[in-house]
Write a protein that binds this ligand. Structure first.
Ligand code: CP3
Length: 347
């Protein structure tokens, strides 16, 4: 990354700890079912995974929300569950049911994982990254991503989405050493995957730890902070200065230890995190990303205006990437996204 690109891209400036008068904006899950143009491509592609592995169509849906809304970032269109595929697990997305994997309930199943990452799984994703990069203007930042080891493990262990991540928590309680071996495999795979994305043209990577909030403080340190710290260090060993955003959803009181230990350039916060605390404790150290409640965006009107104003008042005085506190919900009207952006950009 050269100084010129740092100079022209608002998100990179904020990640370099500069405050922007109007904070740069993007939305988690910004490419998705709330957009008619996404639904049209999705139908053409066949299954969700077919879309993820089709560089032409995946690049197209990555760019759709950037074209429509002028977001400051494009986020690679893919899914966190390509990692288990690269480790040799079967992954399916059944219509209306979410992901289905073969469950792994104990350490014996670890022997079924591939010794090394299957690079074929990632090849088309790197091609998507390169295609998107070649079509972005000089102000828009390309963000790659992976799932954090803990969150990916919750799906690998249970074989599906779970309300409380109990299967993975039980595995970790019954056999912390065996569970640690699974986490280590995911750490190594994630370093390789993120480095691959950065080499293909991603300028920033985000580590999604969607289910970090169910861990006790001690477990949070072991299964969220330590693996993330290893990924950040491992990526920067190969790509010095790599820009990394961490999103430990539900971190609450563990947000500060997460920031201090991992060395991320920004922390993504969900809407349950007190904004005044974020301004006092976190923003003096790192940029903050967030944290509009996706339900306020769905509700629209004054509830949305109040939420946007609250984020701006509390957080826009220091380095901020304006975003949601989690992914946009599929029934969200496009007019609400437009209303939010107009308000942010009006200052
Ligand atoms: O943010 C973006 O626009 C980039 C693309 C992206 C997707 N998934 C596309 C997707 C990203 C960054 C993800 C991350 C992801 N995937 C996470 C972490 C972030 C989060 O939202 O918590 C998780 C936990 C997953 C796993 C996953 N993928 C589940 C549980 C589901 C089913 C639930 C659902 O929303 O349908 C998915 C499917 C998925 N991933 C869709 C999209 C656009 C919907 C698929 C469709 O088009 O039908």
């Amino acid at each position: 990354m050269n100084a010129a690109s740092l100079g022209t891209k608002p998100i990179l400036r904020v990640l370099g700890r500069e405050r922007e008068e109007t904070p740069p904006v993007w939305m988690m899950r910004q490419a998705g079912r709330y957009l008619p143009e996404y639904r049209a491509v999705r139908e053409k592609a066949g299954g969700f995974l077919d879309l993820c592995f089709n560089p032409e169509l995946a690049a197209e849906v990555t760019l759709q929300p950037v074209r429509r809304f002028g977001f400051d970032a494009a986020i690679l269109f893919s899914d966190i569950l390509v990692m288990p595929m690269a480790l040799g697990r079967k992954v399916e997305f059944l219509a209306g049911e979410g992901p289905k994997l073969e469950p792994m309930t104990d350490a014996a199943a670890l022997s079924q994982l591939l010794e090394t990452i299957d690079g074929k799984v990632f090849a088309s994703i790197y091609e998507t990254v390169a295609r998107v990069k070649s079509q972005l203007d000089s102000k828009t930042t390309l963000i790659g991503f992976c799932g954090a080891p803990w969150t990916v493990a919750t799906y690998m262990v249970a074989g599906e989405a779970t309300p409380d991540q109990a299967p993975a928590r039980l595995f970790a309680l019954r056999d912390p050493v065996g569970f640690g071996r699974l986490i280590d495999r995911l750490v190594d795979g994630s370093i390789e995957y993120l480095v691959g994305q950065l080499k293909a043209g991603a300028e920033v990577v985000q580590i999604f730890d969607t289910w970090a909030g169910v861990l006790s403080p001690e477990q949070f340190d072991r299964w969220c902070i330590q693996p993330t710290e290893k990924i950040v260090a491992g990526v920067r060993q190969q790509i010095p200065g790599a820009k990394i955003i961490g999103f430990p959803r539900g971190a609450n009181a563990m947000a500060l230890p997460y920031v201090v230990a991992t060395g991320v350039d920004a922390i993504g916060l969900d809407w349950t995190f007190p904004r005044s605390l974020a301004a006092d404790m976190l923003q003096p150290r790192v940029a903050v990303q967030g944290n509009v409640d996706p339900l306020a965006l769905l509700a629209g009107g004054e509830a949305l205006d109040r939420e946007v104003d609250d984020v701006m008042t509390a957080l826009a005085g220091q380095p901020l990437i304006f975003n949601l506190g989690h992914g946009i919900l599929p029934p969200t009207p496009i007019a609400h996204v437009e209303r939010m952006l107009k308000r942010v950009r009006a200052g």
